[in-house]
Design a protein around this ligand. Sequence first.
Ligand SMILES: Cc1ncc(COP(=O)(O)O)c(C=O)c1O
Length: 392
Amino acid sequence: MSDFQRRDDFIPYNVPDITDAEINEVVETLKSGWVAKGPRTNRFEQEFAGYLGAKHAVAMNSCTAALHIALLAKGIGPGDEVITTPMTFASTASTIIHTGATPVFADIDYRTGCIDPDEIEKKITSRTKAIVPVHYSGQVCDLDRIYAIADKHGLFVSEDAAHALWSRYKGRLIGNKLQGAASYSFYATKNLCTGDGGMLVTDDDEIDARARILSGQGMSHNAWNRYAKGGSWKYDIAEPGFKYNMFDIQAALGLVQLSRLEEMQAARLKIAAKYQEAFGKIDALDPPFVPDYTTHCWHLYVLRIVPELLTIDRDQFIVELNERNVGTSVHFIPVHNMSAYQKRFGFVDSDFPMAQKHFERIISLPLYPTMTDEQVDYVIAAVTDIVETYHK
Ligand SMILES: Cc1ncc(COP(=O)(O)O)c(C=O)c1O
């Protein structure tokens, strides 16, 4: 019998790691007289690009915006097909639709949750123009294989790196020496948080130039500076654009968070190692498999249950965790299960069997730098107690 002791206070699924340093920088920004896109946004772009060793970084108000702009900057539009994974947040696919192109899903590699390169190959047609692989949870996609497919068929690769800041493929940071583009998210739950925010990173001068114009209302370059001394009131609209830019209050958070990234990552890695060690010993659990080519940033800890060995399913497992005061999430309900996609493209849930099987088994556990050792141990104890209570 388990000696599990239920705690009284709730462990949230996520809490952003904001210190006095971030708060002070935001206050400084507010006092500076420049709160819109300006000097701090520019510095954040430079420091972010410098951190990754990338040529260009364009700061946006979300990763969704960055994903949209990456495709538009490359001229993706009506009549084109873009291959991506169903195991992602909706914006990976909706941004394809917003360009006028058609999203084409390729199933995942069940071992990692990332898109399966063999499935990509099967989906290529004469209309395919791009691939949007998602570095799911901080795992990284098998990029050598994906870029080999892209090279063979002349396709653009726009990496969805929303989860993958700090992750490495074969020892190299995602975003470093990019052939295409990569989009990062700084949403509240991410490894670097600006509340909401994103960054488009590329080594391609043309993508960079077009992304700057498109994300800033289509205005000619440096129009953000038109209210400063020496700035010009004249601007042109080169093409109809979007209001997608980051602003300096977000960048203030981003600059400090970037300077604290290694410290925050060290805490994440420690928690993930504890989970891996504990859950690897339990037969009714299937902890994340990390291939040799991956250095995982542990944005998410996605635990799979083995329902064949339990008397409860994933949904009930989450209820049990909630009753034990542990917050959770599910990443993701596959996009092809969503009503908008089923109506528009005729998908049924079983269309992507690996994504579906993965979805039915997953639970994202709390994992953030401010978690205490006691909270981590408690989450492990709660999961273990549920398995012991409901083991067949
Ligand atoms: C895989 C993935 N791509 C894109 C996004 C969109 O990011 P944002 O909220 O910054 O627009 C998310 C959001 O969580 C995501 O999980």
